[in-house]
Design a protein around this ligand. Sequence first.
Ligand code: AMP
Ligand code: MG
Length: 498
Amino acid sequence: MTSTGTPPTFEHSFADLPERFYQALTPTPVAAPTPIRVNRALAEYLGLDADWLASEAGTAWLAGNTITPGSRPLAAAYAGHQFGSFNPQLGDGRAILLGELQGTDGRRMDLQLKGAGRTSWSRGGDGRSPLGPVLREYIVSEAMAALGVPSTRALAAVSTGEPVYRERSLPGAVLARVAASHIRIGSFEFFAARKDREALEILVRYTLERHYPELADAANPGLALLESAIRAQASLVSRWQLLGFIHGVMNTDNMLLSGETIDYGPCAFMDAFNPDTVFSSIDHGGRYAYRNQPGIAHWNLACLAQALVPVLHEDSEQAVALAQGAVDTYGDQFLEAHTAGLKAKLGLKLVEDRPEDAALIEDLYSLMASEATDFTLTFRRLADLASPDTAGDQDCGELYPLPQSFDPWLARWRDRLAAEPVDSQERQEGMYRANPVFIPRNHLVEAAIAAATDEGDFAPFHALVDRLADPWTWSSEDRSFALPPGPEQQVYQTFCGT
Ligand code: AMP
Ligand code: MG
């Protein structure tokens, strides 16, 4: 624990990289920082004193108004493909890395303030963040972590006491974000675009040591890193698909080499199943629709491979062949991860593949699409039905009965389950762990943001964060958190809020 009254001491492995990797600068102070929420469990994990973080001194520190003496805050350089077009110069335009802290498990974690003021990468932006996107990121990133999906985390949110001007004047806020690192595909693209092979080599070594230390001595470090990133993304995006999570802005600057989900701008979970669902207000072509996410990750990994070509082999043809070979493994890796996850959701986890399984799964998805059933609650309902006698407290049937048109499919599924030598209660418990009942419903996220922004009422925000800390355990008192939106509650668009 940090002793009360002193800000934590950071490590600075990223700041030790060459100067062209970042701009050294401090956050721009804000007028009147006030606390919104401190994540006590995460503070404890990082060895921070949550009471101090919530104090006046801690709040000023979380807003960037005071800086740990001797620390070396910075804004990192990166490039990126945004909606398919390359931008060689993005970088942290409104986020400042304070430094690194060690988790209780010894992992090195970045602590970054998002909305901390202008940097040399801000272009026309004000370096600030409105309250809404800060709350959205807090709610959804913490929900993702509770759902077991690798994600950046929210350590705290504070209000700045300053307005931010977008389409209208909005209250400003700062999010203290924790991540295994903030190294993006775009970080490599930045140096590749400048033909800075030395920097690429340094970044490869740094990233390997930080995220894949068991490969630090690999004969071909660039290839080892590329393969690891491909494996991590295939697994990550399969998790998104299995939960109905739509990221919304899968640009290459928003994909981390660590395999954590980052950038909760226009993200949302799907309610009624429709594979074409898009939420982002700026995604006119549906590039980042639910159904496109696995393919976009593939495309982004090809950008990473392209950026790494100069360090894969001295002979450029061989380098390209190595890059291509690695990227070509993505499809099978995604499919394997996704199929394993689907089987867990359907209670088929413990047995061998059968030829009819693919059709069983496809037919369920067709049925969900044609009936527009709720993605989350359809799967949750299957868990109840897997062992109706023992479903007990977990049974949410009265909450969400499946339409009768599901009956023939349910009969096929039950036959399939019956062919397995698995204890039905054990299977059901597994299904309850694979099929959450509480997800961050977009209409509730929007309502929490509206209450805080328009009325200064943070109660719905806190209630949502508290409820989503346990997504698996049904409680009938909390039905309003589990239900899909009614017709008048539907939210069709989300905004980046930049
Ligand atoms: P994002 O859409 O959050 O991934 O941001 C894309 C790029 O725009 C990044 O380089 C951000 O740092 C930058 N950016 C977003 N919002 C702002 C802002 N309000 N002020 C300055 N830069 C911003
Ligand atoms: Mg971003």
